[in-house]
Design a protein around this ligand. Structure first.
Ligand SMILES: Cc1ncc(COP(=O)(O)O)c(C=O)c1O
Length: 355
């Protein structure tokens, strides 16, 4: 119950990755054409998940890289502003904060008990706001933002909406068109149930020319397969953000993970996750632990954090680990994060094991 950290890999994901390793072990690059098919299939699967077009998807190594690509690629002007919220995971803070070197101000909206207020965000937007950057789900409180409502606010102010989606994507529906998202990044190893180091970046098609690729190699360019060419014309889709050889084994894993989630259905997954976290929250309150974060279903996610009644978070995490129950200690709280395949019995078992 630690999907907010790293998910275990399903049999389907493991088999896809082991199959590729075995193939490369025996045949080297002989079946290279199959890898190319797998890149295309995974791009399609990710697009189905996001409601995007495959041409808007680039493979990246992690969320941080995607955020940095976006922050470094925009043509910032002195005096521009970025709006975000307090308490974001550091990956969605440092790259924006570093823009102060270019004269860009990062404005942080205060949250309350891990809740993010859309009204507060709206109030922070001004004529110089270029980007609003938020996590789909907050890593500590588990607060899940209404991205479609935020997309409306951003559109009204002509600000670009960027989303760090790693704590929600795979467990909750997210439609980049309906939420009017400009850019989004996530690695595969949390709610997508894929491997580490195999992430995805979405950049809206009409922004490809406004967000310059900053990590360059031989594959960003239109004539990338012509090794005698030094033609600096970008590829015409989001593959312009991929600089060199891809993480093929990771992409096999990511593709198998997304296919499995889509087969089960994201709506089914989200209802199931919310049933489990509702049960968990109720049990924690009953036992006198202090739950941190949202309680309304519309704002909840797969993450439930709490301050334990008697021991420290570290002690509780260690004890539970001794009982083979994996959760995390974060910022003085115990963070529990079950996915759809965890059972009610497992939730009850965790509650019973709590000191
Ligand atoms: C909100 C959020 N963003 C990003 C990350 C991780 O970023 P990366 O994929 O670069 O490791 C995490 C968790 O580790 C997170 O909770």
């Amino acid at each position: 119950m630690n999907h907010a950290a790293v998910s275990p890999l399903s049999c389907r994901v493991r088999n896809a990755m082991v199959g590729l390793l075995e193939d490369v072990h025996r045949f080297g690059s002989e079946h290279w054409d199959r890898w190319v098919d797998a890149y295309a299939a995974t791009r399609r699967a990710v697009s189905n998940l996001l409601g995007s077009d495959p041409s808007e998807i680039a493979f990246i190594k992690n969320t941080s890289e995607g955020i940095s690509l976006f922050t470094n690629g925009l043509d910032w002007r002195e005096g521009d502003e970025v709006v975000s919220v307090e308490g974001e995971f550091p990956a969605n803070y440092y790259p924006w904060h570093a823009l102060d070197k270019k004269g860009v101000t990062l404005r942080l909206v205060k949250g309350e008990s891990g809740r993010v207020s859309l009204d507060e965000i709206a109030r922070a937007l001004g004529p110089r706001t270029r980007v609003v950057t938020v996590s789909f789900v907050q890593f500590l409180s588990g607060f899940r933002l209404d991205l479609e409502a935020l997309g409306e606010i951003c559109a009204a102010h002509k600000a670009l909406l960027f989303v760090d989606a790693i704590q929600g994507l795979g467990a909750f529906p997210l439609d980049v068109r309906r939420a009017q998202i400009a850019g989004l990044a996530a690695d595969g190893h949390k709610w997508l149930t894929g491997p580490e180091g195999s992430g995805l970046l979405f950049i809206r098609k009409d922004l490809l020319d406004s967000i310059q690729p900053t990590s360059l190699g031989w594959m960003n360019f239109r004539r990338w397969m012509d090794f005698s060419s030094h033609d600096p014309t970008w590829r015409d889709d989001a593959r312009r953000y991929e600089s060199g050889t891809l993480n093929t084994v990771g992409i096999y894993g990511l593709g198998a993970a997304v296919d499995l989630l889509l087969e089960i259905g994201i709506e089914n997954i989200s209802e199931r996750v919310l049933d489990l976290t509702d049960r968990l929250r109720a049990g924690l309150k009953e036992r006198g632990h202090e739950v941190f974060g949202p309680t309304a279903r519309a704002e909840s996610s797969g993450i439930v954090s709490f301050i334990p009644r008697s021991q420290t978070a570290d002690q509780v995490v260690e004890e539970l680990h001794g009982d083979r129950i994996m959760v995390s200690a974060r910022c003085g709280k115990v963070r529990v994060s079950p996915h759809f395949y965890n059972s009610e019995a497992e939730i009850d078992c965790l509650l019973e094991q709590l000191p």
